[in-house]
Structure formats: structure tokens, C-alpha cells
Write a new protein. Structure first.
Length: 323
């Protein structure tokens, strides 16, 4: 795979500083039942990196000690980590909102038969990738059989009350198929609701529209096809300073499976660790007694993926999020 970091580090981006920490985004490992083309963490069935029980306990300790409101659990397929359910229960017992970045097909994997019921019982918010409402487009990006599996998963979640009961939030995520900016979030959400509703009887809360990041598998593919510079130019030309205030690294930190801290999931995948003073690699254990407010963010060319057009974050378009 082609490394895009040297190319990205050569591109200047406006300086950013961290604000108040309200979300811990935790990557519990890279094992996944899928291997999607655009996957920015290069996850797949053969990855073995996995968060240990000791680090999972540390996550709960930091949530409690620092009064953090939201735990956002990602992977791979985070539910495959053996400590996933314990971490969810621990966070919910503290009154923390928990989000699960769920790929939907995991709900019908062997050994996960009661997963949807567990998530509903713990009132976990589900954020699920659904790159299109058409089977062909989904399968080109995420693999054969993924569309039907995803529809099955959504129906199962709806049957439990997800997308209908205000306490059971189900949000979907869209990202473009190739090196283009995502369309406007509001109209696309309306199309998704109409077509998934009419065709499959599916309901959901919000559609988050995200830009593809020029890193990992997708970035490498751009380099191989000679499309990297063009895509970066597209992102830079669409940059809006107004989006700088809403980028997720201001209020979120990303934790890797070993417990090391990054400004966001993308920096984690680029191995650009959050640095604090002379400490070039901060560990979650360093945050039990110290905050990160005003710490500089490690920025590079990929950050234009967050500030182009309507903006992009793990909660969708920044413009919509602010409205
Ligand atoms: S389901 Fe998600 S984590 Fe798994 S390979 Fe696809 S994009 Fe990556
Ligand atoms: S990629 Fe986005 S979230 Fe990450 S550091 Fe850059 S601007 Fe912040």
C-alpha cells in the first residue's frame, strides 16, 4: 500500500487548538467481518490488533475522572472485541452516552445473535455505514452480499424500536464512491428516507454525509491511479475557514487499541500521535489527571477533508450540525 503521509505533510493547513473535551472515540481493534475498499483503517478478518481488558478499564476510568459525556466506539467491527460489552455497560452505568459504529452485517454474524438486543437494552446509539440505497453501489464499495445483510440488520434494529423510539437512535453514514465531494446532506437524507422507506419499510433518524479521506486504502488507490493531487486540489479549493470551528478534533480525542491518544481517527490511521509539550506520544493513562484544552492539533493536508464544502465530521456535515 502507498503511504500518503509524506505527501500530506507537505501541504500546509491553518493552525488549530483543542477546546473542551466531550467525546472519547475509542478504536478497539482492526478486526472486521468486512474489508471495504474505502476503509480508512484497513480493517479486515485477518487483522489481529485488539484492545486488552486493561486498556478497556482505563477508558472507563478516564470517562469517570474527566466527566466525559460521550463514548464513541469504533474499529474494525468493534463488537468483535471481547471487552466491547463490558465497556458499554461500564460507560452506561456512568450515564455516558455510547455510540457504536456498527457495520450492520455484524448483527447476523455467528455468535452475535443477541447483539442487537444488547445494544437496544443499553440504549446505545447506532451509527451505521450505508454508502447508497442501491445494492450495486453498496456492494462495489463494501463487498458482495453486504447490501442484503445491511437491510436485514436495519430491519432487525427497526423491529427493536431503533429509528422509532426517541431513546433508540439509528443514524446512517454516506460517503461518495470516488474522489468527489459529498452532495448536500439534507436532500440526500430525504432521498434515503423515501427510498429505504418505500422499498424496504426502513426508518432511521439522520444521515451523516462524510468526505473520503486521502489516507490508507483510499489514499493509496488515489496515488496508484494518479488522482491524489487532483483530489487534494478539489478539497483545498472547497475549503471554508468557517468550518475550522466545528472540526471534531476540537472536542474529541481518538484512542488506539493500545491506549495511545490522537487528535482524531484519521491522525490515528496516519500514526500522527497527539503531542503535549515534550511528550511526543500521550497515553490515556496520562489523561487521568490532566486535560488537553488549548493543546495544538497535528494538522496536515488531509484536514481539508474536514473543511471542504459543507464540512465533514463523525457527526456528518458541519454546516448541518451547526443548524
Ligand atoms: S465495515 Fe467499516 S471497519 Fe469494516 S472494513 Fe468496512 S469500513 Fe472498514
Ligand atoms: S483530519 Fe479533521 S479532525 Fe483530524 S486533525 Fe485534521 S481537521 Fe482535525
Amino acid at each position: 500500500m502507498r503511504d500518503t503521509l509524506p505527501l500530506l505533510e507537505a501541504i500546509p493547513f491553518p493552525a488549530l487548538r483543542r477546546g473542551r473535551l466531550d467525546t472519547l472515540q475509542v478504536n478497539v481493534g482492526y478486526r472486521c467481518n468486512q474489508s471495504c475498499v474505502h476503509c480508512h483503517v484497513n480493517a479486515g478478518p485477518n487483522r489481529t490488533e485488539e484492545m486488552t481488558g486493561a486498556v478497556a478499564d482505563l477508558v472507563i476510568d478516564v470517562l469517570a475522572r474527566r466527566g466525559i459525556a460521550t463514548l464513541d466506539i469504533t474499529g474494525g467491527a468493534p463488537e468483535l472485541n471481547p471487552h466491547f460489552r463490558r465497556m458499554v455497560r461500564g460507560a452506561r452505568a456512568l450515564g455516558v452516552k455510547v455510540m457504536d459504529r456498527c457495520n450492520l452485517t455484524i448483527l447476523s454474524e455467528p455468535g452475535q445473535d443477541d447483539l442487537a438486543e444488547f445494544l437496544a437494552a443499553e440504549r446505545v446509539e447506532i451509527v451505521a455505514s450505508m454508502p447508497c440505497y442501491l445494492a450495486d453501489n453498496v456492494e462495489r464499495q463494501r463487498g458482495k452480499g453486504v447490501f442484503d445483510g445491511s437491510i436485514r440488520g436495519l430491519k432487525h434494529l427497526n423491529a427493536l424500536g431503533y429509528g422509532r423510539d426517541p431513546a433508540l437512535v439509528l443514524n446512517l453514514v454516506y460517503n461518495p464512491q470516488g474522489p468527489s465531494l459529498p452532495p448536500a446532506q439534507g436532500p440526500l437524507e430525504a432521498d434515503y428516507k423515501r427510498i429505504l422507506g418505500e422499498t424496504h419499510g426502513i426508518v432511521f433518524n439522520r444521515l451523516f454525509v462524510l468526505a473520503n479521506m486521502p489516507i490508507q486504502r483510499f489514499g493509496s488507490m488515489l496515488v496508484s491511479k494518479g488522482e491524489f493531487d487532483g483530489y487534494l486540489r478539489l478539497l483545498q479549493d472547497a475549503h471554508l475557514d468557517a468550518n475550522l470551528d466545528g472540526v471534531m478534533c476540537r472536542n474529541l480525542i481518538s484512542i488506539d487499541w493500545r491506549g495511545y491518544v490522537y487528535d482524531c481517527d484519521f491522525n490515528q490511521m496516519l500514526d500522527l500521535p497527539l503531542a503535549r509539550g515534550a511528550n511526543e506520544r500521550v497515553h490515556l493513562s496520562d489523561l487521568l489527571d490532566a486535560g488537553l484544552a488549548d493543546n495544538p492539533v497535528r494538522v496536515a493536508g488531509h484536514c481539508y477533508g474536514c473543511t471542504a464544502g459543507q464540512g465533514s465530521s463523525c457527526g456528518g456535515a458541519l454546516k448541518e450540525a451547526a443548524e
